[in-house]
Design a protein around this ligand. Structure first.
Ligand code: PLP
Length: 398
């Protein structure tokens, strides 16, 4: 099928939850994508911070095919070897001791919210079950995670919403302190806000949040669905701030493109769950976990954290130069390969289409921010190519 034929079927048969795109990618290799009409694109979006190891990585393909040939799914009524290998590796890499494996970021956050409330039931006062999140946050599209998301546009059409959430401005410690009343059992934040515009908090914010949570005896949940697994140049975003959360969620790049999510916690919190408290039919299946184990090994073996840091610095230099030379770019923000280019006006959409026409995939976060989140395998030459294309698209954007 051509791009056009696929678009026509999508318009006819899919629920209209997505503004219909015109391009259907049918193949990928490394950081390159190919559409149904045979056009080639350099990918600076990575399936929205998912394809960290690039497309069709031979080791990942082999791990998935090999596992599919052996067994894909048996349910959590039985032990699953790749699941325990994944949980062990995540415990080695992070602050956490234990993992619950699910299928997406929203599900990981649902698990985190349930775990925090179950823990609160054992350690806090009966009325202490509410969770504070940040304005401009994004935590998912299920009813509860959409409610946790501090953006009204995701709430309005779907009321009544589950109770027990309140919101504070991100990066504002005084506002958080003022909101911490006797109803709160946890604070839930992204270390760097992704969907909200790549918002980096002041350096002392997360350490301050950690201190406040400790002082109040409540939990800190970090949603690392977008920031985790090398995206910001460290395994996890919290490492930049010298703190650790009590609960962390992962998804997106965990399976290298295969759907998987995870909720992690230290022993004292994780053990609040008992058999029967939470479950998922598909969560932690052999295939997803084999993909995740191999993805983590590739990130480590190929030094992708170092590459994310180096390529991020290169992009920050190039766009900072552009900001000095032209009023089309205001500044660039972010860490590693989770970057937001703040434009000098509201023409992000036009830049995105100009880039697509020139064979570069990026996306816009609102009217004036471009998100750059290429595969962590991206090379300096590919970064320079992307910068040149964005500069051309910026010059023409309206
Ligand atoms: C920080 C964060 N949390 C949660 C989610 C939801 O993940 P999923 O779409 O896999 O449910 C996203 C998705 O963009 C995200 O960026």
């Amino acid at each position: 099928m051509t791009n056009q034929e696929i678009a026509e079927l999508a318009a006819q048969y899919l629920m209209p939850t997505y503004a219909l795109p015109r391009v259907a990618f049918v193949r990928g290799e490394g950081a390159m994508l190919y559409d149904a009409d045979g056009n080639e694109y350099l990918d600076f979006l990575a399936g929205i911070a998912v394809s960290g190891v690039g497309y069709a990585h031979p080791r990942l393909v082999q791990a998935i095919c090999g596992q599919a040939r052996r067994i894909m799914h048996t349910s959590n009524l039985f032990l699953i070897e790749p699941q325990v290998r994944l949980a062990r590796r995540l415990a080695e890499l992070s602050f956490a001791d234990r993992t619950f494996v699910c299928n997406s970021g929203a599900e990981a956050n649902e698990a985190a919210i349930k775990l925090a409330r179950k823990w609160a039931g054992q350690h806090l006062a009966p009325g202490q079950r509410s969770i504070i999140t940040a304005l401009k946050s994004f935590h998912g599209r299920t009813l509860t995670t959409a409610t946790a998301t501090g953006q009204e546009k995701y709430h309005r059409p779907f009321a009544p919403l589950p109770p027990g959430f309140s919101y504070v401005p991100f990066g504002d410690l005084a506002a958080l302190e003022a909101a911490l009343d006797e109803t709160v059992c946890a604070v839930m934040l992204e270390p760097i806000q992704g969907e909200g515009g790549i918002n980096v908090p002041p350096d002392d914010y997360l350490p301050g949040v950690r201190r406040l949570c400790d002082d109040h005896g409540i939990l800190l949940i970090l949603d690392e669905v977008q920031t985790g697994l090398g995206r910001t140049g460290t395994w996890f975003g919290y490492e930049h701030y010298g703190i650790a959360p009590d609960i962390m969620t992962l998804a997106k790049s965990l399976g290298g493109g295969f759907p998987i999510g995870a909720c992690l916690a230290a022993d004292d919190v994780a053990m609040a769950f008992e058999p029967g408290d939470h479950a998922s039919t598909f969560g932690g299946n052999h295939l997803a976990c084999a993909a995740a184990v191999e993805t983590l090994a590739i990130i480590e073996d190929e030094g992708l954290l170092d590459n994310a840091r180096a390529m991020g610095e290169l992009l920050i230099r190039r766009f900072s130069d552009m900001a000095r030379e032209s009023d089309r770019v205001d500044h660039i923000r972010g860490k590693g390969l989770l970057l937001g280019v703040k434009l000098g006006g509201e023409f992000a959409k036009s830049v995105v289409s100009g880039c697509m026409e020139r064979g570069l995939v990026i996306n816009a976060l609102g009217p004036d921010v471009l998100r750059l989140a290429p595969p962590l395998t991206i090379t300096a030459e590919q970064c320079e190519r992307a910068v040149a294309i964005i500069a051309e698209a910026l010059a023409e954007a309206d």
